[in-house]
Write a protein that binds this ligand. Sequence first.
Ligand code: PMP
Length: 353
Amino acid sequence: MSKYWSSLVEQLKPYVPGEQPKMANLVKLNTNENPFGPSPKVIEAIQKELNDNLRLYPDPEGQALKDAIASYYADYDIKASQVFVGNGSDEVLAHIFQGLLKHDDPILFPDITYSFYPVYCGLYQVEHHAVPLTDSFEIDPADYRRTNGGIIFPNPNAPTGRYLVLQHVEEILQANEDSVVVVDEAYVDFGGESAISLVNKYPNLVVCQTLSKARSLAGLRVGFAVANEELIEALQRVKDSFNSYPLDRLALAGAVAAFEDRQWFEDSCNGVINERERLTEELEELGFEVLPSKANFVFTRHKQKSGAAIAALLRDEGIIVRHFDKPRISDFLRITVGTSDQNNALLKALAEL
Ligand code: PMP
């Protein structure tokens, strides 16, 4: 007789993250990590916390981090009470799906997008409708009018890297005043403008960000959301019913230091942007089509060779990129922007294909 939990194992189709191979000398361009590493001030802050305070519980509110984020966004007049923090933006998104998106009216998201969204919908029983991207793989704001359930999309979108200008984000917000609109800005710092500037204008807007990409802290697991106080209070209640300590002491200390070191952050983003533009040009010279990207990756396909074949050949050379076996994008590769040495190794291997 099957146990009552067996059906859960059959039904849940969890998200499968990109591979984290054990071999050290691979050129790893498959999971959009930032190759430049975190600020040394982050390491110092974590080291200090490690030496001094590990026996103590962390602050259940994560107040120091909320203050640091509010002061980072002081130009947009963001208060600490408008910030929610969590264990990576994946966890923040989980709370958003559980608490802020409606469960009976379908929510909308692009059909080519972050593949965790349909997984959350399955877990929390949120109805959804996937809206096709345009022929040029863009989000068309006209396709996101008057939904009752809510809307979520990454900006820049993943895995396309395409960015929707804030004027279009505003069109979506204005057309959906009674629904929550979530903008997932995991990649916004590589050339996009954050919709956090719109939070005080639109009470239905939630902006979600991560420290995994531009701040190079994927291993620390820190993400956050910014919205009006009522939405943040709702998220806080979902979180407090789940885990009173969203972030451990090391993550809190490191994340605060990351927001304080603006120079490191800016240099790191500029380094990625410069390499992305060079990579784009050189890929085009090698016969690749590259979608315009404002992220720390490029989405590209060869005019003749298949994406799966190129990914397999690169792997034989010790270079890992991401290939999605999905309709419309199976020709494409998503390639994380690496250091210039890593990008050179990639370009050399592609030139020899
Ligand atoms: N949103 C998008 C669009 C992403 O690509 C990712 C990274 N996989 C995340 C959110 C989650 O990032 P993290 O949990 O590391 O904060």
